[in-house]
Design a protein around this ligand. Structure first.
Ligand code: DGJ
Length: 687
């Protein structure tokens, strides 16, 4: 990190992010793009007079952290109301304090005792910059924060930009959309208390000519599992910026004298090598710096949900476990239905102890059996939820989110616990900790199956609208404490599929259950979208019975082998041939998962996915015919990620050719409708 009093240069391996203070005292972005040869090559802060009497200089400048105050009319990052009714901020640079890890820029209001600290942390190896903000009320009187974003990111001016983003709904997540940005504000957000199925807190920006392998890409993600907002704004002066942060919709935070508020982190990066490289930068970062069990590949799991729904008991699960073990499964997960009075979705949530009718001897005999079969044991829970028909609700009806004078809207017959309440947090920590202490549980699937309604609580400590943030803070406390006490446990984040997939939850969970849709063709699209932001190691994917009899088992396996493989079909109904074939693919996956889960991923279109080991010596290629029945197709594939100078052999082809050659010419795969193929790639020798 290079700094002078008025100019900061943050260089990563291939990119640079620069900002400085101009003559008028504005803290502005000066550069974000390809790393330059010398520090002197980066531009210095610019000055502007503004635009007549209508647009102040602030409206024309790429301010690092614009605030609501003065004559500024675009999207600010911070809006505060002071105790005397003033709603205007006037921040000036105060000082900086930097370490080898990060830069701290300290700003102060010119009148009120208010300090704002902007944090910048470059993640050099990943070409990423992490930013977050702290607000410190150094006065005695309370102030109200009405908006606080973590960062505003500016792109070079006078360009037409295209925004890529992910949206969807339950059972249909991670649709990739790319659209031109025009003057005005495009908002992506969640108002659902989770990061949500509806939009994902992630973006990529390009200038219209980018491909998977080439072109300037600016990309980013927000590490927060609650309401968030992304505002992509093109100003009338042809400046494009993206702000990211906690959603200011229905939000307010009372900051008493002496208190501080710290935002979650926003991450963003730049590459000149297309969408694929932008994704790989995020993938590597998540795999190596975010998830709890870094660089540890996942076991192949069996989950009985789609096979048995709520109809679980010791005997039937033991039978499934036997078959699962016989085909090579390594982790047996007992899903919904195991706890007290849980015979459907109308009762039980909140009472986290085994149902005595289904598990009269508790969970231990089943766990013992699973362990004897050589597998780990995993369990499903949905801690944030409660059914009105539960001992927990009967004992504590006020522990849920609600407004006193309003009906409590149920969804899937359940209410949401107010995770902001310390007593709720303590209850959950105690119950789940006990489960983990008393049973040999190696894996927990943490589910969350509804969106919010009536986000009220009776005696909030501050502004009632703090609930959105305090809920997530409470969730993080419970999950973080349990993770701390049981650090070997692998946690999976599920919210009816991919409703809570974000960099915040990935600090706690190693995996995401990406969608409840387990149909192979739908899944290809969902997995493609998911891969834009998140690595294969975090993508749990099951082979179920959804396409049984319609698509070949090999096809369904190939789709699921593109992530962290699991099995979710009713194994009791699978014939010997199916079980043998499953055992074959499971054993192949065991040999390849090091490459798939820990290597680099290359999207070769919707029809093909390639993975290469980090040393580029070994790879795996999956090719799918997704066409209409009756049409034999040639699927043309252009490989990526090979070492140009090395020679490679691709399973099923006799020629040995250079990486350069393979990456310059299409390979034809003749696949009949709904046929797929898996090919290993191996380096032969260096020319
Ligand atoms: C939703 C999840 O996505 C499913 O996999 C399953 O765990 C059910 N909940 C159980 O209720």
């Amino acid at each position: 990190m290079e700094k002078s009093i008025k100019n900061w240069i943050l260089e990563t391996r291939n990119s640079a992010y620069c900002f400085g203070i101009n003559d008028d005292g504005y803290l502005i972005n000066t550069y974000w793009g390809k790393r330059k040869n010398k520090k002197t090559d980066y531009p210095l802060p610019i000055h502007t007079e503004g635009w007549a009497s209508f647009d102040s200089p602030a409206n024309l400048l790429p301010e690092e952290f614009p605030v609501y105050g003065g004559a500024f009319h675009f999207e600010p990052c911070l809006k505060i109301s002071f105790a005397d009714g003033v709603r205007d901020l006037n921040l000036k640079f105060d000082s900086e304090s930097s370490s080898t890890e990060e830069i701290k820029i300290i700003l102060r209001d010119i009148y009120y005792p208010l300090q704002i600290i902007l944090y910048y942390r470059p993640h050099t190896d990943y070409d990423l910059i992490e930013r977050w903000v702290e607000v410190i009320n150094q006065g005695k009187e309370s102030i109200t924060i009405e908006r606080i974003f973590s960062a505003q990111w500016h792109f070079p001016e006078n360009q037409q930009y295209y925004l890529s983003h992910l949206s969807g709904k339950w059972n249909d997540e991670f649709h990739l959309t790319r659209e031109a940005l025009t003057t005005g504000v495009k908002v992506l957000e969640s108002r659902r208390i989770t990061s949500s199925h509806h939009h994902n807190p992630w973006f990529m920006i390009d200038i219209g000519n980018a491909t998977e392998t080439e072109g300037d890409i600016w990309f980013g993600a927000f590490a927060w599992s609650g309401n968030w907002k992304l505002a992509a704004e093109v100003t009338n002066f042809d400046r494009t910026r993206i702000s990211m942060g906690i959603n200011d919709w229905d939000f307010a935070w009372r900051l008493n004298g002496g208190e501080n508020f710290v935002t979650p982190s926003a991450f963003a990066g730049y590459t000149e090598n297309g969408f694929g490289q932008a994704s790989r930068a995020l993938h590597s970062f998540i795999r190596e710096q975010v998830i709890p069990h870094r660089n540890n590949s996942h076991k192949i799991l069996y989950n009985s949900w789609e096979a048995t729904l709520f109809d679980v008991d010791e005997k039937s699960q033991a039978r499934l476990a036997e078959i699962a073990a016989s085909i090579g499964v390594e982790l047996f997960v007992l899903d919904d239905g195991w706890f007290y009075n849980r015979n459907g979705d109308h009762a039980g949530l909140g009472d986290w102890w085994p149902d005595p009718r289904k598990f009269p001897r508790g969970l231990q005999p089943l766990i013992k059996k699973v362990n004897q079969l050589g597998m780990d044991f995993g369990l499903w829970i949905e801690p944030e939820m409660v059914n009105p028909d539960s001992d927990l609700y009967r004992g504590h009806p006020n522990w849920i989110l609600h407004f006193l004078t309003r009906e409590r809207t149920l969804a899937r017959n359940q209410c949401i616990l107010n995770m902001a309440l310390p007593e709720v947090q303590d209850y959950l920590i105690e119950k789940i900790d006990r489960l983990l202490k008393e049973n040999n549980i190696a894996f927990i699937k943490w589910d969350m199956n509804r969106n919010v309604s009536e986000p009220g609580w009776l005696n909030p400590p501050g502004d009632p609208k703090e609930i959105w943030v305090r809920y997530v803070q409470g969730l993080y406390r419970v999950w973080g404490e349990l993770r701390h006490r049981h650090s070997d446990v692998i946690w999976q984040s599920c919210s009816g599929g991919g409703g809570r997939a974000d960099l915040g939850i990935l600090h706690l969970a190693d995996q995401i259950w990406v969608s409840d849709n387990t149909q192979a063709l739908a899944r290809l699209q969902i997995q493609h979208g998911f891969s834009m932001a998140y690595p294969a190691i975090t993508m749990e994917s099951w082979v179920t019975d959804a396409d049984r009899g319609k698509l070949p088992l090999s096809y369904r396996f190939h789709v699921s082998m593109c992530g962290s493989l699991g099995i979710g079909g009713n194994l009791l109904e699978w014939g010997e041939e199916e079980r043998n074939e499953a055992a074959y693919w499971i054993s192949r996956y065991k040999n390849l998962r090091g490459i798939i889960q820990l290597g680099d991923q290359y999207r070769l279109g919707l029809q093909a996915m390639q993975y290469m080991s980090r040393d580029h010596q070994h790879g795996v290629l999956f090719v799918f015919n997704v066409g209409q029945p009756g049409q034999a197709t040639t699927v043309k594939i252009r490989l990526q990620g090979l070492h140009p100078e090395a020679t490679y052999e691709i399973e099923g082809f006799s020629e040995i050719k250079s990486g350069l050659d393979f990456m310059s010419e299409d390979i034809d795969f003749s696949l009949s409708p709904f046929e797929s193929t898996l090919r290993e790639i191996h380096q032969k020798f260096i020319i």
